[in-house]
Design a protein around this ligand. Structure first.
Ligand SMILES: Cc1ncc(COP(=O)(O)O)c(C=O)c1O
Length: 481
């Protein structure tokens, strides 16, 4: 069972390069499928080193008397570490890497636990501004994340007028707060980071600089965005986002921090290593070293820029005006403005916000309407996966005015710029449909909106067209039938 799981996981893991087997065809869709199929090769061909290690483990279990669950991990772990350092061009004399963290959140906590004492101060990007829970999120009533419960966190912010990180304000706050650690990196920030500036701020306050590159580590590996390793002391990453590996995480650190961080991972915050995950990461890191991966990463960014530009051309607003990375934030608030009567009945969906503001000030009419949650709902109904997300200046993190859209997964399926122009049109349709549903609902209640969306024939028609389009593209791995 153990072996089977270990084997199947490694085989199942997506292997994208050097692969040449066709998936089953399905109706018309075949015309778009490229001949060279990805994600279907055997591990033996894709990664003979890992294949041999698994064979060795299989033999150990078959030819011995296993009286307690155990696995040979050392060779696998060392190989994974070597590959991780190589992917990011790191000198093993200066950098160490721990490949055991179970996930990004536990990696961040383990790193903090290794570097800080309970109660020590640290700063991270505010969650509604694009940061992550594990960067110290708290609310007035409680510390939401364990990082804010055991340590003392202070958020820094994006400039609400531009959507860019306000490094000047961060510096001002840091000089007052004197954090022992500053965390850079984000879950929903479409622009590249100024690591040099972060280093300067960290130096002024004698803080350790940790960069969480969970989202964009694949783009760092491909050297198409700034390199956090030039300035950071510690770099964490999940492995399953743009790095396209198994779901787990890595912690890189300057060698002087390695002992404390390693001890904090095990025995500090974790038990035994997850060998299947480490094997999967090792295979993906080998892929990340291949030139095809750089092409993939470049295409992710090209696709994302195309999507942003197309949406802009159609009159939509993109936070910060565009993207440097794999994701964009679509600001829906220009569509939010609708004039509501005192009973929350929609009276009008106007364009002239300024005039309406005057009305609002002088009466008990108010504005509300389309939100990230409502567009996310219609996307779900039409087989499009996006996330509702706060956009700069949003007052409520629970009811945000935007959505987050990323291009890595579809890029893995072979989507190019022309295909993302089609995606942009489909997203525009979702938005127009949502506005129409909002008008028909006549109230701002989410349940009134969803009731109409659920029954809409136009929504069903859009779903059919989205699926027809999506099925033209191959998907890595085997199709379950
Ligand atoms: C920046 C960042 N750090 C950490 C994490 C946490 O990763 P995990 O879900 O593996 O705990 C995420 C996940 O979205 C993230 O975006």
């Amino acid at each position: 069972m153990y072996i089977l799981f270990f084997f199947s996981f490694s085989f199942f893991r997506k292997c994208y390069c050097c692969v040449d087997r066709a998936p089953r065809s399905k109706g018309k869709a075949t015309s778009r499928r490229p001949k060279n199929k990805k994600g279907k090769a055997s591990l033996k061909d894709v990664d003979p080193e890992i294949f041999e290690l698994i064979k060795e483990e299989e033999k150990r279990q078959r030819c011995g008397l296993e009286l307690i669950a155990s696995e040979v991990i050392d060779k696998l772990e060392v190989l994974c570490q070597e590959r991780a350092l190589k992917v990011f061009n790191l000198d093993p004399k200066e950098w160490a890497v721990n490949v055991q963290p179970y996930s990004g959140s536990t990696a961040n906590f383990a790193a903090m636990n290794g570097l800080l004492n309970v109660g020590d101060r640290f700063m991270g990007l505010h969650l509604p501004d694009g940061g992550h829970l594990s960067h110290g999120f708290y609310r007035p009533e409680k510390a939401v994340n364990i990082s804010a419960k055991y340590f003392t966190s202070l958020p820094y912010y994006i400039d609400p007028s531009t959507g860019y990180i306000d490094y000047d304000d961060l510096e001002k706050q840091a000089l007052r707060f004197c954090p022992k650690l500053i965390i850079g990196g984000s879950s929903a920030y479409p622009r590249d980071w100024d690591y040099k500036r972060l280093r300067e701020i960290a130096d002024k306050t004698k803080a350790i600089l940790l960069i969480d590159m969970a989202h964009f580590s694949g783009l760092v590996a491909a050297k198409i965005i700034n390199n956090p390793f030039e300035f950071a002391d510690v770099v964490t990453t999940t492995t399953h986002k743009s790095l396209r590996a198994t779901r787990a995480a890595l912690i890189f650190c300057r060698t002087k921090y390695a002992k404390d961080i390693n001890y904090s991972v095990f025995p500090g915050t974790q038990g035994g290593p997850h060998n299947h995950a480490i094997a999967g990461i090792a295979v993906a890191l080998r892929e990340a070293l291949a030139p095809e991966f750089t092409e993939y990463a470049k295409q992710i960014v090209l696709n994302c820029r195309t999507l942003a530009n197309e949406l802009k051309t159609m009159g939509h607003k993109i936070a910060t005006g565009g993207t440097d990375t794999h994701l964009l934030l679509w600001d829906l608030r220009p569509h939010v403005m609708c004039l509501m009567g005192p009973k929350k009945n929609i009276l009008k969906m106007p364009n002239e916000t300024i005039i309406l503001h005057k009305i609002m000030l002088t009466s008990n009419f108010f504005y509300d309407g389309l939100t990230g949650a409502k567009v996310e709902y219609v996307c779900d109904l039409t087989a499009i996966t996006i996330n509702k997300n706060t956009v700069h200046g949003d007052k409520s993190a629970l009811n945000p005015g935007g959505v987050r859209v990323g291009t890595p997964a579809l890029t893995s399926r072979g989507f190019k710029e022309e295909d993302f122009k089609v995606v942009a049109k489909l997203l525009d349709e979702v938005c127009q449909l949502s506005i129409a549903i909002q008008q028909e609902a006549g109230s701002t209640k989410h349940s009134d909106f969803t009731a109409i969306a659920d029954k809409s024939e136009k929504v069903k028609d859009l779903k059919r067209r989205v699926e027809e389009f999506a099925e033209k593209f191959p998907i890595p791995g085997r199709i379950l039938e």
